[in-house]
Design a protein around this ligand. Sequence first.
Ligand code: IMP
Ligand code: MG
Length: 178
Amino acid sequence: MAATTLRPMFSAQQIQQRIQEMGAQIDRDYPDGSLHLVCILKGACIFLADLARAIERDVVIDFMGISSYGRGTTTSGAVKVTKDLDLAVEGVDVLVVEDIVDTGITLNYLVNILQQRKPRSVRIAALLDKPERRLRPVKVTYVGFQIPDEFVVGYGLDFAERYRNLRDVCVLEGPQVA
Ligand code: IMP
Ligand code: MG
């Protein structure tokens, strides 16, 4: 049986450089008003920590937990909120911070929930985007890197809760990933 391997896709240095650019863009795009960074647990926690510090303007940080069912085998895609925001978002700019956009089912649902709370705006910042895999439309305003349809881990992303602490983003290859 072939062994599991980690093939580097983006180095820690490449990730940091791209996040500095994203932070500068966000500073230019949101000159005033309250900006709420909404981190989607758990995968986006490391990206949030670096992106928040690449932004110079004032921000508020909040967290949301989401779990998705039916991914991969069905398009029905039920999504459940497992931890809601602590803060109200009415009238504020919301920037959802996500690790990766894959089918789009999670974010399509989440943006709908957030819109019902009457924020001033809702946008998405994602470190990674796999556009080939999309099943539901999602507008991702700030994308770190577009990637092909490969399963990646590290920098917050997991496989069965492992590998989140890798400094690089790596492609996970091996028999259990197929
Ligand atoms: P979707 O866009 O609703 O399909 O789901 C996105 C979520 O699936 C992300 O927040 C990740 O938790 C997970 N995910 C999708 N692709 C990958 C990957 O390549 N590695 C690790 N997690 C992934
Ligand atoms: Mg996630």
